[in-house]
Design a protein around this ligand. Structure first.
Ligand code: 1PR
Length: 524
């Protein structure tokens, strides 16, 4: 029996699913007594450092947790569950950490995008039983803006490179804690969990010891989901956002089955977009929550869900906040939520008022769950203009001239699945959303969607240069070299595609092989 400390702040379902997939049963901590009587305790910290420590105090879990760890019984901390063990964190200096490992938690000080999101490797510094069966060159999933700074080097188990070398896991007796997410790291992640659970294992070192690790470029499979005219939830795909063919919604498969296929084929992440979420209230749309629950049972890479995340009043006049909608998604197995239409309206209000409201969905969700859990999905359309001064938006010079020979364009934000254009450009939207707390940008492009013409490199360059959070390039992938182009010509950290994968035109493995052959770091 494994005891799991859930303080109610995010996706612990994935950890439960991963442990259960290894044949173990999980008991969730209800009271301090459950911590004190645990035999093996897993603490998957999610959210933000300050809210985690506050809730641990409110629930009176701090002293039992210290007593458990001081007793040297098996403990596995994940992500914030590692950071919690330290004295303090720059993320919330007003709160003390548990003070069980000497040192503090610092924000990444690098020119690279922060959060550090994606698959990176481990430099193993000492043998451990959790490495049994690992070769040493595997990659694991990280998503964090802060890392631990250890006072006593003897506890360092692994380091990872991101701008500089930081400590990515520690071990002190039976206390093991890692910054990466084993439950989201596919087969090698499950192996680490299994090794932790089998406490009798011998300490070993992997065969291949790396001295420097590299963050991989991510390949994301995207599933646009909606109900078809018969009321079944299907994966569909648009051409420039038009998902109907001969009047019917295109049906390219079932969401849970397709997600599982992409996991097995090596997708680094899976994104579900509930594309009619702007119409329906997602908490009434239980099938979508069920899709997440079922997918997260056997898909052990990160899952993002978007569509309909905003404040809402149901037909009985009951109010729901975007935070409640997001919470339901996290509880059902999502690791990140993605906001589309609402982000545009929030940015417009911010620009009109000259200051944040403090209570927008972006601010509230990132405050509670951390900005790494919040993606903003942008649906821009190219608008040609004759000169940079023609409009009051951020205009770029383009090599692809417009119908009347125009040399300039701006990227107009849209809402409601591209149906409504707004007086806001995509670059400004990305900048405002970063300021308000978004941790990542999913950059679609209506002009390229479904065309297989390749990614809009000009758009992606304009946005990646304007923000310091990771950007996912999306829309237009048609050939393997389009992925190579986007990673060599832009600073995008991930590339997302849909149609070519759904129609089995290009296997995911071919994309990764081509990238690896062309010296782009990928996870294989
Ligand atoms: O506005 O917060 O409710 O979120 C709705 C979400 O649904 C947004 O993220 C929006 O991008 C998405 N969406 C709405 N309508 C459509 C549509 O297609 N009619 N899909 C839609 C957006 C675009 C991509 C697509 C890539 C790759 N899908 O995600 O997967 O363009 O396609 P390709 O590789 O085939 O070119 P809200």
């Amino acid at each position: 029996m494994i005891t799991l400390l859930d303080y109610g702040a995010g996706n612990v379902r994935s950890v439960i699913n991963a442990i259960e997939s290894l044949g173990e049963t999980v008991k969730i901590v209800d009271s301090a007594a459950d911590i004190l009587s645990a035999e093996k305790l897993v603490f998957p910290g999610v959210g933000a450092f300050g809210s985690m420590i506050r809730i641990l105090h409110e629930k009176k879990f701090v002293e039992p947790l210290k007593a458990y760890i001081n007793s040297n019984r098996p403990f596995l901390g994940i992500c914030l569950g590692l950071q919690a063990l330290f004295d303090r964190s720059e993320e919330a200096p007003q709160f003390s950490g548990l003070g069980l490992i000497a040192g503090s938690v610092k924000r990444f000080a690098t020119d690279l995008s922060v959060p550090h999101i994606g698959w990176n490797g481990l430099n193993v510094k000492q043998p451990s039983r959790i490495f049994a069966g690992l070769k040493g060159d595997e990659k694991f999933y990280f998503v964090h803006s802060y890392h631990v700074d250890v006072a006593d080097p003897s506890v360092i188990l692994t380091t990872t490179d991101y701008g500089y070398e930081f400590v990515s896991s520690i071990q002190k007796g039976n206390i093991i804690a890692c910054q990466f997410h084993p439950e989201k790291s596919g087969r090698p992640g499950l192996l680490i969990l299994k090794n932790f659970l089998e406490t009798a294992g011998r300490a070993v070192s992997p065969v291949r010891l790396s001295t420097r690790t590299t963050l991989a470029k991510r390949i994301i499979a995207c599933l646009d989901v909606r109900a078809n005219d018969q009321g079944d939830l299907v994966v569909t795909k648009g051409d420039q956002y038009d998902v109907r063919q001969n009047g019917d919604v295109r049906n390219l498969g079932l969401p849970v089955e397709l997600a599982r296929r992409y996991y097995q084929e090596g997708a680094d992440e899976i994104t579900f977009l509930n594309i009619t979420g702007f119409r329906d209230f997602p908490l009434e749309d239980m099938p979508m929550l069920e899709v997440l629950r079922r997918t997260s049972r056997n898909v052990f890479v990160p899952l993002t869900i978007g569509g309909g995340i905003r404040d809402y009043q149901d037909k009985d006049g009951r109010q729901y906040s975007a935070l409640q909608v997001a919470a339901e998604y996290f509880r059902s197995g999502a690791d990140k939520v993605s906001i589309g239409s609402d982000a545009v309206l929030i940015a417009e209000a911010y620009l009109a008022d000259g200051q944040p409201s403090g209570c927008s969905s972006i601010e509230e969700i990132s405050r509670v769950y951390g900005n790494q859990a919040l993606v903003v999905s942008i649906d821009p359309r190219r608008v040609y203009v004759g000169s940079p001064q023609a409009v009051g938006h951020q205009v770029i010079k383009t090599a692809i001239a417009g119908p009347a020979g125009e040399q300039y364009c701006w990227y107009q934000c849209t809402i409601k699945g591209g149906r409504e254009g707004r007086e806001l450009d995509a670059i400004t939207l990305a900048q405002v959303c970063e300021k308000l707390g978004a941790g990542e940008i999913l950059l679609n492009c209506i002009d390229r969607d479904g065309t297989k013409m390749g990614f809009d490199i000009e758009l992606i360059n304009a946005v990646t240069k304007a923000v310091s959070i990771p950007v996912i390039a999306s829309s237009g992938a048609g050939r393997v070299d389009h992925f190579q182009e986007v990673f060599s010509a832009t600073e995008a950290e991930a590339a997302l595609a849909a149609g070519i994968f759904h129609r089995r035109e290009i296997p995911l493995e071919d994309v990764k092989r081509y990238l690896a052959d062309n010296r782009v770091e990928v996870r294989r």
